[in-house]
Design a protein around this ligand. Structure first.
Ligand SMILES: [Ca+2]
Ligand SMILES: [Ca+2]
Ligand SMILES: [Ca+2]
Ligand SMILES: [Ca+2]
Length: 431
């Protein structure tokens, strides 16, 4: 029965009926009477449609969730033999910020408002292009002269370039040829000033800072296990030098105070994060698909946490004295920022694929930068007072592919440097 029943029309009708009745609960009591009317409406539309011939031959000619019946595309009945009618089969059938749960579209939390409605400084600051000699392959912030300002260090095919915030000409040091898989900064030697570590092919190349914006010839070593593809640097134990974590197809390694430890026996190709300065967590998280493994500083597994599947990203996020890890889940046209600790996350507009944390207004709470397609978005004060989002245009500089955070001008607020897929770099100072 009710072969022509279209539950979406029923929802419209039921909405009116519920409004009239002054009752907000979902009811299924008047289906027969309701569906008679909606079916009539659908029939009228169908008659008009078919005057120019059949609209379909097979279901492939129809939109998702429609079948081809006698030349017409008809919405599948949502019928399981018990609960009469569903609203949805999948999230794609629901609206923005709704998910399909047990056959019904349920609101899943609305995103923070646009910052323009919060009267933040307007216009939104534009990212400034950094003039470069050639394509930039990797970047990091590093305080190479130990003056409290993080210089921007860009790696090209043959050089490492150091940019001071005052716009003075960049300083170049030559580097050895080879594709860069990762680039991190830290104090890896006893000479004052932060150094940079490159992962080139399968080798770790340490470029020690000379303190004047140049780097010494590299010291090259092999990581203690093959197939390392990613690096992180963080001060895990408050004992210099900066600690190094690398991971890839065969597991992970940690270099702490010159002591090397191989740990983990999984393929950690997806993402990793660690809180710098050995804050409350004092742990390392590595992601493999929809599992996040948490390791102690001795390499012991503290927890294996199942998360929802989504883009390959993970961010170490700090709010006040709380440290946690965030990831993304995409839905059609919107997304969720989810929290590895299992506490409910929040919705954001668009379908970003990467997220990065940094405190761009210097209030002690991290703000977030999101990338996805040509979307670049900032969320100020997530979960706090003044939580809001705004988009930033990259103009004609390509699509954002990587970001690093540091206090380039030494004012206590962090800046993001964004590298695009065409090897250009933009500096975003949002506060
Ligand atoms: Ca500096
Ligand atoms: Ca150094
Ligand atoms: Ca902040
Ligand atoms: Ca700053």
């Amino acid at each position: 029965m009710n072969t022509d029943f279209d539950p979406r029309a029923w929802n419209l009708f039921a909405g009116v009926a519920l409004l009239t009745a002054g009752c907000g609960a979902r009811v299924a009591g008047n289906e027969a009477a309701d569906s008679g009317e909606t079916a009539d409406t659908a029939d009228t539309v169908d008659t008009v449609d078919t005057q120019e011939g059949p609209e379909c031959v097979t279901a492939a000619d129809c939109p998702d969730f429609y079948s081809c019946n006698n030349g017409m595309c008809e919405y599948y009945e949502h019928h399981d033999g018990w609960i009469p009618y569903y609203e949805c089969y999948s999230n794609a059938e629901c609206g923005e910020f709704e998910i399909c749960e047990f056959g019904y579209c349920e609101p899943f939390g609305y995103p923070p408002p646009s910052c323009t409605t919060r009267q933040l400084p307007d216009p939104v600051p534009l990212p400034l292009p950094i003039p470069t000699e050639s394509t930039v392959l990797a970047l990091t912030f590093a305080d190479v002269d130990a003056d409290g300002q993080d210089e921007l260090v860009l790696a090209t095919e043959t050089e490492l370039w150091v940019y001071e915030p005052d716009g003075s000409p960049a300083t170049a040091s030559s580097r050895e040829l080879g594709p860069i898989l990762a680039m991190v900064a830290g104090s890896f030697d006893a000479v004052p000033g932060e150094d940079v570590m490159l992962l080139v092919y399968e080798s770790l190349a340490l470029y020690g800072s000379n303190g004047d914006g140049t780097f010494a010839a590299p010291t090259t070593t092999l990581p203690p296990l093959g197939s390392v593809t990613r690096l992180l640097a963080a001060e895990l134990d408050e004992q210099p030098p900066t600690d190094l974590i690398g991971w890839g197809g065969l597991g992970a390694f940690m270099d702490r105070n010159g002591q090397t430890l191989v740990f983990g026996d999984q393929q950690y190709g997806i993402a990793g994060a660690v809180h710098p300065f050995g804050t409350t967590a004092s742990s390392i998280v590595l992601r493999r698909g929809a599992v996040v493994d948490v390791f102690a500083l001795d390499g012991a597994v503290l927890a294996g946490i199942n998360i929802m599947d989504g883009p390959a990203t993970l961010a170490a996020f700090t709010r006040g004295s709380d440290d946690e890890y965030l990831y993304l889940v995409n839905y059609p046209g919107w997304s969720r920022v989810e929290r590895v600790n299992g506490v409910q996350g929040w919705s954001v507009p668009g379908e970003p694929e990467r997220l990065f944390a940094g405190d761009i207004d210097g209030d002690g709470n991290d703000d977030l930068l999101f990338f996805g397609g040509d979307q670049v978005m900032v969320e100020m004060s997530p979960g706090g007072e003044g939580d809001c989002t705004y988009g930033i245009p990259l103009l004609a500089a390509g699509i954002a592919s990587e970001a690093v955070v540091g206090d380039h001008d030494g004012d206590g607020n962090q800046e993001f440097a964004i590298r695009t897929d065409v090897g250009e770099v933009l500096l975003f100072d949002g506060g």
